[in-house]
Design a protein around this ligand. Structure first.
Ligand code: NDP
Length: 291
């Protein structure tokens, strides 16, 4: 069994991007610039944006946080997005979600120029991804593809079962892996909360991707021996032995499932760290005008 080390791969990606950005700077060219729009003072959002800014530093990418108070109106926010769309010094930007309840998230996302939408949430990017055109892919599915690639996990003709059908993980990863590309060319099955007898499907998976958020949903009897498992789920569970009194758990009953697998991602340290790495890759792509 190989433990997939998302932390290590994300560090490798940061180093690779840093080399490319340094070469741009040495050649007198402009370097990539990412802006994160942060509304309000939600603790989790602050943490995520800070992590993204730290990753920018690691990569030599210019990172700017544009802050708004909770009281910002939808029109003001859309106005700010239009300014970012038109600013030639900004290669890409993200709007950290969730937004306050009085703001329509879809209107905000759709105001972003899809060529700067490095989160890949704009319907143009989602549609282009679905039909295999150049696009920005959302962070977690892109991270899973990178891990498949870097660990040389064969996907061609294999059966991939995705558990979860969210717009940010389940649906895009299923769409990507069914495409005639590498990694890809899988036969894909998507399961969700209305799937009866989940194990009947997961037991047939060569590659199992779970994005549910239910600790230990996937037990050893639900896994085909030799499968490669990508556990996207992250749930906080009480743990009196941890200093904070809690620990992070994935969807997979790791201790019992891991010995059966060919590859498995731990939680934390598997798929999670790849999200920020994907954002950095997308920012570089935006700078290089690869769309
Ligand atoms: P959502 O809540 O949007 O989607 C969960 C999906 O799981 C839904 O499609 C739901 O089905 C399905 N589901 C719920 N219960 C079951 C069940 N018993 N059997 C089968 N399917 C079920 O979640 P997200 O996709 O946003 O996130 C999923 C998990 O991944 C969360 O724990 C989240 O924290 C984590 N996450 C981790 C990331 C990372 O970087 N590692 C990034 C993003 C998310 P239905 O559609 O029918 O409701």
């Amino acid at each position: 069994m190989t433990l997939i080390d998302g932390r290590d791969i994300s560090q490798q990606i940061f180093a690779e991007i840093a080399t490319q950005v340094k070469a741009m700077a040495q050649a007198g060219k402009t370097t990539p610039h990412l802006v994160a729009v942060l509304v309000g003072h939600d603790g989790a959002s602050e943490t995520y944006v800070a992590a993204k800014m730290r990753a920018c530093e690691r990569c030599g990418i210019r990172g700017t946080t544009l802050r708004f108070e909770d009281s910002v109106t939808e029109d003001q926010l859309v106005g700010a997005i239009q300014s970012l769309n038109n600013d030639p010094d900004v290669d890409g930007f993200i709007v950290q979600l969730p937004l306050p309840a009085h703001i329509n998230e879809q209107r905000v996302i759709q105001a972003i120029d899809f060529r700067k939408d490095v989160d890949g949430f704009h319907p143009m990017n989602v549609g282009r991804m679905a039909i295999g055109l150049p696009c920005f892919v959302t962070a977690t599915p892109q991270g899973i593809l990178t891990l498949l690639d870097r660990y040389n996990i064969a996907t061609d003709g294999r059966h991939c079962v995705v558990v979860g059908r969210s717009n940010i993980v389940g649906k895009p990863v299923a769409a990507l892996l069914m495409q005639k590309s590498q990694p890809g060319n899988c036969t894909v099955t998507v399961c969700h909360s209305a799937t009866p007898d989940l194990g009947r499907f997961t037991r047939t998976a060569d590659i199992l991707i779970t994005a549910v958020g239910q600790p230990r949903l996937i037990t050893a009897d639900m896994v085909k021996p030799g499968a490669a498992i990508f556990d996207v789920g992250i749930t906080r569970q009480p743990d009196p032995t941890s200093p904070g009194g809690w620990k992070l758990c994935g969807d997979v009953d790791f201790d019992n499932v891991a010995p059966l697998c060919s590859f498995i991602t731990p939680v934390p340290g598997g798929v999670g760290p790849m999200s920020v790495a994907s954002l950095m890759q997308n920012t570089l792509k935006a700078h290089n005008k690869q769309l």
